[in-house]
Design a protein around this ligand. Structure first.
Ligand code: SF4
Ligand code: SF4
Ligand code: SF4
Length: 267
């Protein structure tokens, strides 16, 4: 999946790291390769100007509903289970309302029962992603359809992106993940020690015309679509329901919405 920055530096030598209009020559080359590292869309691939996800919190009724969604992501993406929370690698996980939305000033708009529920969290595929701005190797970059990508081959593990993400959406592989993957999916790459990873909005599935795995496993509780299209399911759901996003005041423009009230399904 493209050139590795460390290998590249070894080949060209440190002398190549000279300024090129504010950018080093290495950065310029890495930038070009970052775009090329995207999954090639097949005929029938799902496309959008800006992908977004809408999670209808009211439709998650049992522990099993959350587990089914999380397991769908974990199993197809070879996410390791180290058995210890300090080493945890997580692409989609749950947390309390209080932790997920510390800034929410209007909790009275929510029903008591919703405040007690776990909330599914994942990378917000932000419109203005701070993680992309700080990445020195372009291992993290934004695609033209708004998906914030993570190229594990290009990642040098500096963790600047983890410090920059205000949502804790990225995980670092402190150990070799491979021995900790139960039932490896041979169709998806595994990672190595020393790289960062996160949700990729299932780009590999979109390229084949499939919805993200968590959406498919959610039985209609998670919607996915083009937020710029007024006829998309996500836009329709947002126009008739009350939804919130995580920390919108930071200006990152999160593209994950949480429906917590309104509409005909209001419980
Ligand atoms: S949620 Fe974090 S990792 Fe995801 S795009 Fe936003 S800043 Fe980057
Ligand atoms: S750790 Fe993050 S910031 Fe550093 S190279 Fe990897 S993706 Fe980029
Ligand atoms: S969109 Fe795909 S990668 Fe992201 S959490 Fe859902 S299943 Fe995992």
């Amino acid at each position: 999946m493209g050139i590795d920055r460390r290998e590249f530096l070894k080949i060209v030598g440190a002398s190549a790291v000279f300024a090129l209009g504010g950018m080093t020559i290495v950065d310029a080359i890495m930038n070009d390769n970052a775009e090329a590292a995207q999954y090639t869309p097949e005929p029938g691939a799902l496309v959008a100007k800006q992908w977004a996800m809408v999670i209808d919190v009211r439709k998650f009724k049992t522990e099993e509903d959350y587990k089914r969604v999380i397991n769908a992501c974990n199993s197809i993406h070879n996410i390791p289970d180290f058995g210890e929370s300090k080493d945890e690698v997580k692409w989609i996980w749950t947390d309390t309302f209080e932790h997920a939305f510390p800034e929410q000033q209007e909790p009275e708009l929510m029903q008591e029962s919703l405040k007690e529920l776990p909330f599914l969290l994942l990378c917000n595929h932000c419109k203005n992603p701070p993680c992309v701005r700080v990445c020195p190797t372009k291992a993290t970059f934004k695609r033209s359809d708004g998906i914030v990508m993570q190229d594990m081959h290009r990642c040098i593990g500096c963790r600047f992106c983890m410090a920059a993400c205000p949502y804790g959406s990225r995980s670092f592989n402190w150990k070799d993940p491979r021995p900790h993957i139960k039932n490896e999916n041979p169709d998806y790459p595994t990672r190595t020690k020393g790289v960062v990873e996160k949700c990729t909005f299932c780009v590999e599935r979109l390229a084949k015309g499939l919805m993200p795995a968590c959406v498919e496993a959610s039985n209609g509780a998670i919607l996915f679509g083009d937020i710029t299209d007024p006829n998309s399911e996500v836009r329709k759901a947002l126009s008739s329901n009350y939804a919130i996003r995580r920390k919108p005041e930071l200006g990152t423009g999160p593209n994950i919405y949480y429906i917590i009230g309104g509409g005909s399904d209001n419980a």
